[in-house]
Every structure is written in C-alpha cells, then in structure tokens.
Design a protein around this ligand. Structure first.
Ligand SMILES: CC(C)(COP(=O)(O)OP(=O)(O)OC[C@H]1O[C@@H](n2cnc3c(N)ncnc32)[C@H](O)[C@@H]1OP(=O)(O)O)[C@@H](O)C(=O)NCCC(=O)NCCS
Length: 321
C-alpha cells in the first residue's frame, strides 16, 4: 500500500474511532482495513478531502461448510470507514460506488449471493442511506455487559431440570438445533441446504465431546424441551474483536420448544449461563439474533442484552440499488 494511502487510512481510522466511541462505548476501535477485491472505494467531502473509504471483500462459502447454512454461498461484504458526525451523504456516495463496482463482478450476478454491511446499531445517521440502496436489517449482534451487582440467581421451575449435555445427548441436541434453524429460516437469514442436517450433526458431535463448549439441556420428566449452547471466552475469540470490552463470551444457540415457551425455562437457562460467566470474569456476552424475529428481541432485552451491530443485506447481491 503506498504511504499516502496508508496515512489516509490511519487518519480516517482515528477519526472513526473517536466517532464510534461517542456513538457507543461498546464498539471497538476500527480494525485494519481488509484487502479487498479491488481498489478501495473513496468518498470525498464538500471540501474535497477524503471523508471515507470502503473495501469490498468477496467470500465464497463452499457447500460442504456449515457456514453456507447461515447465508448466501457468495457473500460480498463492504467494510466502511466514514468520518464526520452525519454519515448519510458519505454512506450514500459509498453505497452508489459499491453498487457500480458489483455490477462489474460476474460472480455477484447469481441468485445465491448477498451484498452485506455490518453497521453500528446506534449509528442512526446512515440508516436512510442503507434503506435507500435496498439493504434490509437482517441480524443483530446484541451485547450484555456484566452487571455491577451479581445478577439474580436462576429460578427453580417445578418439574424442570437443567443439566450439561454430553456425547450421549447427540440426538436430543441435534433435534432442537434443527428446529431452531427451521424457525430462523422464516426471517430470511439461514438457508436450509441439502447437507444442513448432516453438517449440524457433525458440529454437535464434535462440540459435545469438548468440555470447552457449554451445551445445556432443559428437561421435563427426562424429555429435552430447551437448549442453550455457549462459548466461554477462550472459545469466542473469533467474535471478541466486535466489542471494546474483554473478555467476551458468545451465546450461540437458544431454543425452547413452542409448547413450553413463556414459562420461564428460557430465562432459567440464560440466568444459569450468566451466573457462570459473571463468576468466571467474562466482561461481555455477545449473541446474534434475527432483527425481525418477534420472540427474540423482547426476550434478549429482558435478559440484559441490547443491539451493538446490525447486519444489513441485499439478497441476491444485484438487489443492491
Ligand atoms: C426466545 C425464547 C428462547 C424465549 O424463551 P421462553 O422460555 O419463552 O422465555 P421465558 O418464559 O423464560 O421469558 C423470560 C422473560 O422474557 C419475556 N419474554 C419472553 N418472550 C417474550 C416475547 N416474545 N415478548 C415479550 N416478552 C417475552 C417473558 O415475559 C419473561 O419476562 P419476565 O422476566 O418479566 O417474566 C423462545 O421464545 C424461543 O425458543 N423462541 C424460538 C427460538 C428463538 O427465537 N431463539 C432465540 C433466537 S437467538
């Protein structure tokens, strides 16, 4: 990278860091810009100076990867760095350039594609630009910080047992995992693939053999009715950079079967997790939930979570306008 560009990136990252901290102290410092599939997109302000940069990265997710269940097979991700207090105009310019860039990329024309951007949830100044370009808010990364005072202990629910799952629980855990993916499919995030069930089974099998992963079942009279899977901080490094707080844990799966919802089982599982994470020194817990799932937002808010990042997507990628 020529030094002029490197200096511009450094100055922009500094300005973006200040802006992000004023918008939301749980945001991290901006990461280094990734290497994109073309030259960085550059936005100029009214005074002619560089007001922002964007890099487009192309990820092809192979069919034999479980990751393909979580979205399109070909994902075009824009990493934006916009300075200034109001990002509406620079975001509009950046998204127009990105749309024109993708129009020239053959792989972005297929059906199984998406154009995505991860945006600080509290940075409301750019939202109209995202909507104007055909992007939809699909998924939220929500965060809960460890409370000052110890959280309320998990309530005992008559007839319900919460226990750690082990290798012999593969069918129980798999059944609840697959029901969650089918449920989440209503909200346009996951895509049920030919190999989804097999790939989830493999992941469940590996995970149940590892003490490092925490998989807990809620049971009524020995019948599994709820599932929580979490990654304590040593397992959650892949997402830890999304927040300024450290160490970060990740809550991966949460599902209560429909007939047992609204009876406190979900809260009991989550409170048991929080008690263990808080006692172990986790500073923040992150999770993904669908923006339009009517059950998840209110529940997670009751459990102490709030939006940190919102993933906006156009599917297929050519729907970006
Ligand atoms: C979200 C889900 C896990 C909640 O589990 P649950 O056992 O029904 O929740 P609980 O009965 O323990 O409710 C805990 C609290 O959240 C509130 N709550 C739960 N769901 C709610 C909803 N949809 N709307 C408003 N409040 C809700 C409850 O009223 C309760 O509040 P209280 O503490 O004041 O009593 C469950 O609905 C579910 O499995 N949904 C399908 C899968 C899903 O959405 N998973 C999360 C995706 S990340």
């Amino acid at each position: 990278m020529p030094w002029v560009v490197r200096d511009a990136v450094r100055d922009i990252n500094r300005a973006v860091a200040r802006r992000w901290q004023s918008v939301d102290p749980l945001l991290p410092d901006p990461s280094a810009m990734p290497t994109g599939c073309g030259a960085p997109l550059v936005v100029h302000g009214d005074n002619g100076r560089v007001a922002g940069l964007g890099v487009c990265v192309h990820h092809h997710v192979p069919a034999d990867s479980l990751n393909q269940t979580w979205g399109a097979a070909d994902r075009f991700l824009l990493t934006p760095r916009l300075t200034g207090q109001d990002t509406m105009a620079p975001a509009d310019s950046l998204l127009s350039q990105w749309r024109d860039h993708l129009a020239g990329v053959a792989a972005a024309r297929g059906e199984d594609t998406s154009a995505g951007i991860v945006w600080p949830s509290r940075d409301i100044t750019g939202v109209r630009a995202l909507l104007r370009h055909g992007l939809q808010p699909l998924t939220v990364i929500a965060a809960r910080t460890r409370p000052e005072a110890p959280a309320a202990p998990a309530r005992q629910i008559p007839g319900i047992t919460i226990r750690a799952a082990g290798p012999r629980d593969e069918e129980r855990v798999l059944g609840l995992e697959l029901r969650l993916i089918q449920f989440d499919g209503h909200f346009g995030g996951p895509v049920w693939r030919r190999d989804t069930a097999d790939l989830v089974r493999q992941e469940v099998r590996i995970s149940l053999q590892r003490q490092a992963m925490w998989t807990w079942l809620a049971e009524r009279h020995g019948h599994a009715i709820g599932l929580l899977v979490a990654q304590p901080p040593p397992e959650a490094g892949w997402i830890a950079g999304m927040t300024s707080r450290s160490p970060a844990a990740y809550l991966q799966t949460m599902f209560i079967q429909p007939e047992d919802r609204g009876t406190g089982v979900g809260a009991a599982l989550v409170r048991a997790l929080h008690a263990r994470l808080d006692a172990g020194g986790a500073s923040v817990t992150l999770l993904h939930h669908s923006q339009v799932n009517p059950l998840s937002g209110p529940f997670w808010n009751r459990m102490g979570y709030r939006p940190l990042w919102t993933s906006w997507e156009a599917r297929p990628a050519r729907a970006l306008r």
